[in-house]
Ligand binder design. Structure first.
Ligand SMILES: *Cc1c(COP(=O)(O)O)cnc(C)c1O
Length: 347
């Protein structure tokens, strides 16, 4: 009895495949990303899907995630988190591509004797990781001791950064003319990535997760199983907090709690009131303790009876609502990057 992600299997596999084929036709190689909670699917599922797509490279988020995805996916694995000196494992693994984002780190790797495969990240307007474009001339002097696999550009999500990517890639290739003309980009559409490739005569590799795995939500339906239903009379108490019912109704216990990421909210960048309201509706708890739950029963989003528990949640249903039965599944709105489902159902 579970928090389940129902997946329209043909629709999902077909759409993922089309995304990759369309990008390939435009001259862009897709690098699927499998990291974190696996975007709701889990990384094992994503690695298996990448294997079926026969793409050359899969990207993992961290070094810790590499063994699990490399067990399923037979190609190369790019680690997105930049290499740091305390990460000593995997350097001589020929299937692992390391992201290097500081000159000091590149120097260390180049001085070692493992000749690791590296992608050199260049700082963009994103300003997360990367070598300052002004220091690119130094990079050329440090490539003898590594196997250089290209430059990486991690771009912001908002706005059109095609020009920024083109400019930075040009600067990088000019600084290191002898090196492989490959650029690994993030957060460009395949069409924009293709434009960067044409403008710089480079091979473009597009690292992508959300647009690939979650690009069409219509075939992805999260459901929560009804685990229990209890009628409650006005004045009776319920829950860990022994809240007292103000009127007759029912407490419904549903699969899905904090361990699944239900009602956990990633800090939202929501600017507008409406966005904030919708973030709250996905499960943010109000300061006052009452919060709209992400569960829908009888066509309406329902209030939490109390804050969610570890693996289930208690919601409140007014007396006039038809009660669901134990074993029924109800709709639940989730954030795919913070939700761990108990089960995937390939419908
Ligand atoms: C996570 C990540 C991606 C994939 O991000 P999506 O927005 O989910 O497509 C791409 N590049 C880098 C560097 C990342 O860390």
């Amino acid at each position: 009895m579970s928090l389940t992600l129902h997946i329209a299997a043909d629709q999902w596999h077909g759409r993922v495949r089309r995304y990759v084929e369309d990008a390939t036709a435009a001259g862009v190689t897709v690098v699927p990303v499998a990291k974190g909670n696996g975007y709701g699917f889990g990384n094992a599922v994503l690695a298996a899907e990448a294997a079926r797509l026969t793409v050359p490279t899969l990207a993992a988020g961290t070094y810790e995630e590499v063994p699990a995805v490399a067990a399923t996916f037979g190609g190369d694995v790019l680690v997105l988190t930049p290499w740091r000196p305390w990460l000593t494992g995997g350097l001589s693994d020929d299937r692992v591509l390391h992201t290097v984002s500081r000159l000091d780190d590149l120097r260390r790797l180049s001085d070692g004797d493992t000749r690791p495969r590296v992608v050199v990240e260049v700082l963009t307007s994103m300003r997360r990781h990367g070598i300052d474009p002004g220091d690119l001339a130094e990079v050329g002097k440090l490539l003898d001791g590594v196997r250089f696999e290209g430059f990486a550009l991690h771009l912001p999500l908002t706005g059109d950064h095609t020009t920024e990517a083109t400019t930075l890639a040009r600067r990088a290739f000019e600084a290191v003319p002898a090196a492989a003309r490959t650029v690994w980009v993030s957060h460009l559409s395949p069409a924009r990535a293709a434009t960067v490739g044409q403008a710089t005569s480079a091979e473009v590799r597009l690292r992508v997760a959300t647009a690939l795995w979650l690009g069409d939500r219509s075939g992805l339906t999260p459901k929560a199983t009804v685990l229990d239903v209890h009628r409650v009379r006005r004045g009776e108490t319920y829950g860990y907090r022994q809240r007292r019912a103000r009127r007759d109704g029912a407490v419904v216990v549903l699969a899905g709690g904090t361990a699944h990421g239900v009602a956990l909210q990633a800090p939202t960048a929501a600017g507008t009131l409406r966005q904030r309201a919708s973030a709250l509706a996905r499960g943010g708890l109000e300061a006052g303790g009452r919060a709209l739950s992400p569960f829908r029963v009888g066509g309406k989003q329902r209030w939490f009876a109390e804050p969610p528990h570890m693996q289930c949640s208690m919601i409140w249903l007014p007396a006039d609502v038809d009660l669901p039965a134990v074993g029924d599944e109800v709709d639940v709105e989730v954030r795919f990057t913070t939700t761990t489902f108990d089960a995937l159902a390939w419908d």
